[in-house]
Design a binder for this molecule. Structure first.
Ligand code: GAP
Length: 514
């Protein structure tokens, strides 16, 4: 099965098991907008809680806020979004389709990467155990030729993006014969900029209405509240402000399911530091955030850093944490050193003094900022991609299982009476009533026990607790572990601690801080 097939199956699974639905589906959906179902919302809430608690409980100097989505329009002038939050677009005159020029070029580079990987795989098969991959990559003429082409494109691309050179982007597309995937032609228009912010109007009369924007990032809600929090919280530099909330972008190339949406959710933290200390804190948050990801146990080899060639208008360093999705390594989180750009700009546009008096240095300055910014939906997708598993079982049977980190699983335990009679449902309800104050549990008495196990596997429930006739006399139940399918007989009194050991978030928090 190809990775493309796996991804298709994952999308179908998300719908079938109540994780993610297309928005307003009864009206045929709305492009790149999705709703989370009964299991999806639990997983999403658990991701948010993992992030929120790790930020605000493990760091004494990080506090949270919840700012409004609507903000004064000058905010977006000050932040640079009105003038510079653009995508370079290009149209094909034959298919009448619109594309992002940068995406077309990135896809072109990915084609060269694929060609190189194919050569390597072919050679690995041919040479078997004696294959020296590093040597092959350094010396094989075809690999070197593809690599040289890729490097050449990359250098031209980085230069054009950094210099905002739109004809330069078009020239790459023409020079390397990039054709429209639908029409197959090179009949391209010029590249032009398109602003990604959604706008609406606030106010009741046409004359008095004010054009406002749906925020394209949550970060600005933190910057405009910097003074409020610093003063009312008596915060001393360095300190951070965290926020989780919706953001909106009119993405042109919205694809890959919930990877690129028009309405999505961000978890952002702005960490305010002394000017000159920013690189030290940038390094700290880079490592700390990677540790947060890795603690989930999805596989350390699934993450990598990608340092930016093109820095955003506000940044003096930036890196992405990328995760290996079924469609390749993709950005899940950005860590940016934003200098004093935002606070200085808000100071200029608002006329308010946003300086910090540092009692240790006996001087005032505008703090520098390190930002960590992660998309909830992308995090959700990375977890689901890593968790989705089709397994062949002994006896020709098979199962689909979501090997979700137990801490994040929507349901922690399913309580299953073996039969619907003989007092077993009552006993199962008793167990459920004792556990439900600490863990999200479900009760299920329908169908055979095997079918019920499969249903729980498909939504990632780490424990199934079966109540049988012996339970009534020995006060023990059978607990089945999702990943190994192993079963053990345990006393009802030990159930709470057994489940808690696996699903308590503090275990992950300890791993991060080790
Ligand atoms: N405040 C900085 C900022 O917004 P960004 O790199 O544009 O930086 C941060 O976005 C994160 O938000 C990304 O790493 C990604 O996880 C998520 N994100 C951005 N655009 C998205 C979209 N259209 N759909 C889903 N997630 C998105």
């Amino acid at each position: 099965m190809t990775q493309k097939d796996v991804f298709k199956k994952l999308v179908a699974h998300c719908k079938e098991y109540g994780f993610v639905f297309p928005s307003s589906e009864i009206y045929d959906g709305l492009g790149a907008v999705y709703d989370y179902g009964q299991n999806g919302v639990e997983l999403k809430n658990n991701i948010k809680r993992y992030w929120w608690d790790s930020m605000t409980m493990l760091h004494e100097n990080v506090v949270g806020i919840d700012a409004a989505i609507f903000m004064h329009p000058t905010t977006w002038k000050a932040s640079g979004h009105v003038d510079a939050f653009n995508d370079p677009l290009i149209d094909n005159r034959d298919s009448k389709k619109r594309y992002r020029a940068d995406v077309l070029i990135e896809d072109l580079m990915a084609k060269y990467d694929e060609k190189i990987e194919k050569e390597v795989q072919k050679a690995a098969k041919r040479f078997g155990a004696s294959f020296d991959e590093a040597m092959f990559r350094q010396t094989n003429p075809r690999v070197l030729e593809h690599q040289a082409k890729r490097d050449e494109i990359h250098a031209r691309y980085a230069k054009a993006m950094n210099e905002n050179d739109l004809p330069g982007l078009k020239a790459i597309i023409m020079d390397y014969d990039v054709v429209d995937p639908i029409s197959g032609t090179k009949n391209w228009t010029d590249v032009r900029q398109f602003n990604l912010m959604f706008s609406t109007e606030m106010g009741s009369t046409a004359d008095g209405a004010m054009k406002i924007y749906l925020r394209p990032e949550t970060a600005q809600g933190i910057f405009v509240n910097y003074l409020n929090v610093q003063k009312t919280g008596r915060m001393k530099i360095p300190f951070g402000i965290a926020q989780i909330g919706k953001a909106f972008r009119n993405e042109i190339v919205a694809r890959q399911f919930i990877f690129r949406m028009r309405e999505f959710e961000q978890m952002e933290m702005q960490f305010f530091v002394r000017p000159g200390d920013e690189m030290k804190w940038f390094a700290y948050w880079k490592e700390h955030r990677l540790a947060w990801h890795k603690a989930l146990g999805l596989g350390d080899n699934k993450y990598r850093f990608h340092d930016h060639d093109k820095l955003a208008h506000y940044a003096n360093a930036a890196t992405d944490i990328e995760f290996e999705m079924p469609f390749g390594f993709k950005e899940v989180e950005g860590i940016h050193s934003r200098t004093d750009f935002d606070l200085s700009s808000h100071e200029k546009y608002s006329g308010k003094n946003i300086k910090y008096f540092d009692p240790e240095l006996n001087q005032s300055y505008t703090p520098y900022v390190i930002e960590t910014s992660i998309g909830v939906d992308r995090m959700f997708l990375s977890i689901m991609s890593a968790a989705y598993c089709e397994e062949q079982l002994e006896g020709g049977d098979s199962r689909v299982v979501l090997k979700l980190p137990p801490v994040l699983a929507p349901v922690k335990a399913a309580i299953l009476p073996l039969v619907k009679k003989d007092g077993l449902p009552e006993k199962a309800r008793e167990i459920m009533d004792a556990l439900k104050f600490d863990f999200r549990c479900v009760y299920d008495e329908k169908d055979s026990i095997g079918k019920r196990y499969r249903r729980q596997d498909a939504v990632g429930t780490p424990f199934c607790v079966t109540v049988d006739h012996d339970t009534l006399t020995d006060n023990c139940v059978t607990i089945r572990h999702r990943d190994t399918m192993q079963q053990e007989r345990v006393s009802i009194d030990s159930l709470h601690d057994l489940i808690d050991r696996e699903v308590n978030m503090k275990n992950l928090f300890r791993k991060i801080m080790d």
